[in-house]
Ligand binder design. Sequence first.
Ligand code: TYD
Ligand code: MG
Length: 456
Amino acid sequence: MMKKNASVFFCQECGYESAKWLGQCPACHEWNTFAEEPKVSTSRGKMASSGRRSEAKEPVSLKHIDSDSQDRISTGMAELDQVLGGGIVPGSLVLVGGDPGIGKSTLLLQVCRNLADRLEQVLYISGEESLQQIKLRAVRIGEFSDSLKLLCETNLSDIEAVVLKNRPQVVIIDSIQTMFQEEISSAPGSVSQVREATGVLMRLAKEQNIAIFIVGHVTKEGTVAGPRVLEHMVDTVLYFEGDRHASYRILRGVKNRFGSTNEIGVFEMTDTGLREVANPSEYMLSGKPEGASGSVVVCMMEGTRPMLLEVQALVCRTNFGLPRRTAAGMDYNRLNLLMAVLEKRLNLPLSSYDAYVNIAGGVRLSEPALDLGLVLAIISSYRDVPIPDKTLVFGEVGLSGEVRAVGMSQQRVQEAKRLGFDRIILPKSSLSQMKSITGIRLEGVSTVRDAMEVLG
Ligand code: TYD
Ligand code: MG
């Protein structure tokens, strides 16, 4: 007779466990992500995750805990420090996730270079590349000091032994999907392996007070477990995003036990590694055409950081009965909704026009503050009348064509002023919440029609 429950099925995206194969994951709703893995017997599973038993500990009162030991280590990259909440916390476990080829290894190798100048020992463990390959990458990045040690290893027990022997202050594991525990029979990259490996690293980080960075690939095919499986286990989750064909990258904090998740870091991939972009607005607007219709500058907030971007719309007469609409970098349904508002409230015959909307630079926007800019871009393209340069537009548009207030207007205006903008079209109701700013013309509008009239 076949042994019952010899294997289980895991969603490779989120780690959901099921006794039988499922087409769609009930937890994360991804399709076709279930893979069969041998069942880890509980006794062994427990042993692997808790390791040796430590002596019973006494509870401590809060005021007796020394917080000085939480001194942060600067990574030497201001953008990364900011996302981490002020630097690396010793003993923390940080997951850096992202698509393959986005630059995770490059970023962490650069961090290692910076840290190696100041710390006694930094250990970079790669399960993906040979020492020669890492060397080739390192040569592009620059000079490295001797305190950076490299290791090619995928067996976690060996890694643990090396870490305990060498006692580095910071360890990089590239990537978690290549690591394996011998006791677990499933393949590296499977949910059971990834979970166990993270458990071991977590314990190592906490017990030895070593900061560990884990690289996790985001998967598309579901052949290896995605980083979401371990999001809940680690202290900090950072995602490295960006269009592979555009050179800028955004590092976004998704979870952070030691800081705010509202921060982002902006980087640019160059031929000598990643370069920090301290002034993202300037960078994003650098290719904006002057005097072109359908182009509007909007402002999005990434956490507490304002970022100016260009929205482009192209509206042209449709050749078919059904107009085409495409939205790159924003929600398609939102575009349809805003076009319906224009059609109904301003009587624009948009149903016989195609509309293509693009956020320049490959950014994805979901903020409602973008609405007014988008609407004006569509109108500008429809009428073929350019919107004056150095004009910033923000505000939420409601279904009756009203323009509603959005948060953090002051920061948005300030950023525009810093970049030399001289005119801002914003919700009238936001005006009252703002302190006066000189040298910039603020024009409050309460409906989309007003906004159109303001622009003439
Ligand atoms: P990598 O860090 O290997 O990505 P990941 O670890 O996330 O898979 O980055 C690889 C890409 O970055 C590769 O396409 C080449 C590019 N790159 C540069 O453009 N400049 C550089 O200096 C380096 C090191 C890489
Ligand atoms: Mg890599």
